[in-house]
Structures are given as C-alpha cells and as structure tokens.
Design a protein around this ligand. Structure first.
Ligand SMILES: Cc1cc2nc3c(=O)[nH]c(=O)nc-3n(C[C@H](O)[C@H](O)[C@H](O)COP(=O)(O)O)c2cc1C
Length: 223
C-alpha cells in the first residue's frame, strides 16, 4: 500500500516550494520540475517491461481518482489488464472485431485479426478507464465524462513522474457493447481510454513538440 502519498512541504528551500512524491521513498521535486513534467510528458507507442508493479498501479489509479469530480460522483472505474491477460483479452478483441465486421457483411482479414490480438502487447500494463454515468444526476453527463478525461491525464502525469512511459489510446472497441460487457460494464457506460504503461526511451531522445499558445489565448475585453 502507498502511505503518506500526498505530502506537500512548502518552504523556502532552494528552487522554491517542494513537493514530496512519497515520504517512504522521498523524491523531492521543485515546482519548476513539476511544471517541466507537464510540459515534457509525451506519448510513447511501444513500451517494454518493467511496467508499474501493483503498488505503482495503485498510485497511478489514486492519481486518476484525485481528478476534479463535480458532485463527487466518483464516475471512474479502472480495469487493469497485465501479464498473460493481455493476450487473452486480445483474443477477445479479435472476436469482437470479427463480430462487428460480420454485422456489416465484411470478413475480418488475418492482418486485422492479428492487430487486435496483439494490441495490448504494446505495453506491459494496460488500464482501461471507464465512466459510469449517472444519467439522472443534476451533474450533466458531459461533466462526468470530462472528469473521466481528467482522471486519464492525471494517470499519465503520475506515471511520467514515476519514470514510466505511457500512452492514451481508444478505438472502435470503446463503443462496442460486447467489449463493454466483457469488462463488466453495460451499454450506457463509457470506455474512455486504454492507457498503456511501461518503460520507454528517455524523453531527451524523444522530445515533446512545443505548442505556441499565443494565438490560442484571448483576454476578453482587451484589444
Ligand atoms: C481520448 C483520446 C484518445 C486517443 N486515442 C488514440 C489512439 O487510439 N491512437 C493513437 O495513436 N493516439 C490516440 N490518442 C492520441 C495520443 O494519446 C497522443 O495524445 C497523441 O499522439 C499526441 O502525443 P503526445 O501525448 O505526446 O502529445 C488519443 C488521445 C486522446 C485524448
């Protein structure tokens, strides 16, 4: 179990306020390093072992569940698929694809089937994030979905801080009721991300492109 995870130490230390990552494994970063982590997080498509272990998976999920949540509905659910289960679920994804295509009168090709079978092998750990929408709640559905997206981003950032590579993927299986059921959800629930976690190349070797935000910003009421 992760203990004393959220330990913030505000002080006049060199580099400004310090954020302690985990008091039982102290790795202290400055606010600037924290911002740098946001700016440099990058998706990595192929990830190798080691992936996060059970404690680390829990930390990543804790970060997800710390996302802004209007009405405290805890709309998120997290399904971990790791080890041999990835290939097993890959078989299921291939079957689901075959059924989806057959419904359109199309026969799945060997290449399409192999792609589905191997999808989850692109990283040692995959966490499926789902949103269980409370349809009749005063919190609009879109806000519950946005909370889910915030959880996904928190998870990617937490993994980055812990030294893991990650990537957020989706695709047709997200909207397939058969796949939803296999993961324990019903048709009204939403699969919003297949988050891949593992070890990737150093960021320096694979830098994040910088976005010029100036054209995207307006100060309302000013010329
Ligand atoms: C909801 C969502 C779904 C995505 N699904 C895919 C996907 O299925 N395949 C893919 O290559 N990228 C997908 N992406 C984009 C990548 O996660 C990534 O953000 C993009 O490649 C840009 O890379 P960066 O995160 O390093 O800036 C998705 C992103 C979001 C937010």
């Amino acid at each position: 179990m992760v203990t004393n995870f959220h330990t913030w130490t505000s002080g006049s230390n060199e580099g400004g306020d310090k954020i302690s990552y985990n008091s039982s494994n102290p790795r202290t970063i400055t606010s600037n390093q924290y911002l740098n982590l946001l700016f440099t997080r990058k998706s990595i498509g192929r990830l190798t072992p080691p992936g996060p272990n059970t404690d680390e998976i829990e930390t990543i999920i804790k970060a997800g569940a710390a996302a802004p949540d209007h009405g405290r509905l805890t709309p998120w659910r997290f399904i971990v698929i790791e080890g041999d289960q990835r290939a097993k679920f890959g078989e299921f994804l291939a079957e689901a694809l075959t059924i989806r295509l057959a419904a359109q009168g199309i026969e799945a090709s060997d290449a399409q089937i192999a792609k589905e079978q191997n999808k989850l092998l692109r990283a040692p750990v995959v966490i499926v994030v789902a949103v269980k929408v409370e349809a009749n709640n005063k919190i609009p559905t879109i806000e519950q979905m946005l909370s889910g997206a915030a959880a996904c981003e928190n998870m990617l950032l937490a993994a980055t801080a812990m030294g893991f590579g990650s990537m957020w993927r989706t695709g047709d299986p997200n909207y397939d009721p058969y796949v939803k059921r296999a993961l324990g959800f019903d048709e009204n629930d939403h699969l919003i991300g297949w988050l891949y976690f593992g070890t990737g190349p150093e960021l320096q070797k694979n830098p994040k492109h910088e976005i010029n935000v100036n054209p995207l910003i307006t100060y309302w009421g000013q010329k």
